[in-house]
Design a protein around this ligand. Structure first.
Ligand code: ZN
Ligand code: ZN
Length: 368
């Protein structure tokens, strides 16, 4: 079949909407008619920087839509089901077998490789290959081929544009707070970098009734949004050195913050957060940083029982975590709607520009 896809033809170039031919779903695969797809900084990172993904390529990894057809062996969803698509994993390596598919041994090949696991190119224009299968989907398109493992069934009452970002960004932020850091009401919490992923982490702290919730960002609008969504305190870190950030955090909680999520990966910011962390506190890093990035810390800060930990995809198994998080949303405990700004699919380049400039927190493309 043919569909319209947003193709990245050169590093740094805008996406161009073109017709591509998509193969039929093979064993373990399914065809999804997309209704919405969120844009994540990982898409923009691959658009701008060489990360081993072959070109031309169709990106997009927060797809949501309706199953059109299923290949052999796909049993948990059927044509007509509403679904949200998440990251791909192999299902049989040691981490997949122990329900940690986010640390799948084949994560890079399956999510960034550009070809299907058997080496086949997933899309074509005439005889010319178009690479895809990005995060097991390539959802900047009218239709995508996904896998049973990364396709999560969606209840009828969640709009596609609110469901789509659960596939990556919201799962990453919220999962880091719920799963990696296990935030509790007895904890003070801070998020450093209040974009969509950071604010999703903050929403988890709001859900868990953390008694103090601090948002740190350089953009005043983001801090206003964070306050509207439940932050009890805000720190504008514009121009702050590491020591200033630590002092600002300790001005709010003199003994230090119990749980911190950093979405920046910036050395001085991480150092400042770590120095503002309480004894036995934990700080999680989730930013994918540019090659060559280094972080300098004073190792003595770790001696107070402090932990610095990294996580991808919120330490979450999408098949169990996404339905659970959607349940929190439906119960009124995880209201991410203020993060979402919708765009027509044809406005994809405008949406990317708005996200990069901070005018949109979580752009979601609508395919219908
Ligand atoms: Zn695996
Ligand atoms: Zn993502």
């Amino acid at each position: 079949m043919t569909t319209t896809a947003a193709i990245l033809r050169a590093r740094g170039a805008p996406f161009s909407l073109e017709t591509v031919t998509l193969a039929d779903p093979g064993p373990g695969q399914l065809l999804v008619k997309l209704a919405a797809c969120g844009i994540c900084f990982t898409d923009v990172g691959v658009q701008r920087y060489e990360q081993g993904t072959p070109l031309p390529h169709v990106l997009g990894h927060e797809g949501a839509g309706t199953v059109m057809a299923v290949g052999a062996g796909v049993e948990h969803v059927a044509p007509g089901d509403r679904v949200v698509l998440s990251y791909a994993s192999c299902g049989h390596c040691p981490n997949c077998a122990s329900h940690h598919p986010q640390y799948c041994a084949s994560f890079m090949a399956l999510n960034y490789g550009g070809v299907l696991p058997d080496g086949a190119v997933p899309m074509h224009q005439g005889d010319a290959p178009v690479y895809g299968g990005f995060f097991g989907q390539s959802s900047f398109a009218g239709h995508a081929i996904a896998y049973a493992r990364n396709t999560v069934k969606l209840a009828d009452d969640v709009p596609f544009e609110l469901a789509a970002p659960f596939g990556c960004g919201l799962q990453t932020g919220a999962g880091t707070a719920y799963n990696t850091l296990d935030v509790q009401s007895a904890h003070s919490f801070a998020v450093i970098g209040a974009g969509s992923v950071g604010l999703a982490a903050m929403l988890a702290a709001v859900d868990r009734d953390c008694h103090t919730i601090v948002a740190v960002d350089r953009v005043a609008d983001r801090l206003d949004l964070a306050r509207r969504m439940g932050a009890t305190h805000a720190i504008n870190s514009n121009g702050m050195a590491a020591a200033d950030l630590a002092l600002a955090l300790r001005a709010i909680v003199p003994t230090g913050i119990d749980r911190i999520v950093d979405t920046t990966g910036v050395s001085a910011v991480v150092r400042g957060g770590l120095e503002g962390l309480a004894a036995r506190g934990q700080m999680a890093l989730l930013a994918v940083t540019a090659p060559g990035t280094e972080i300098t810390i004073n190792p003595n800060t770790l001696l107070g029982g402090r932990r610095l930990v990294g996580a991808v995809e919120g330490d979450a198994d999408p098949q169990s975590f996404i339905p659970w998080l959607l349940g929190r949303h439906r119960a009124g405990r995880f209201n991410h709607a203020p993060l979402v700004q919708t765009y027509a699919f044809a406005q994809i380049n405008e949406a990317v520009a708005d996200m990069a400039a901070g005018r949109a927190v979580k752009p979601v493309l609508l395919m219908d």
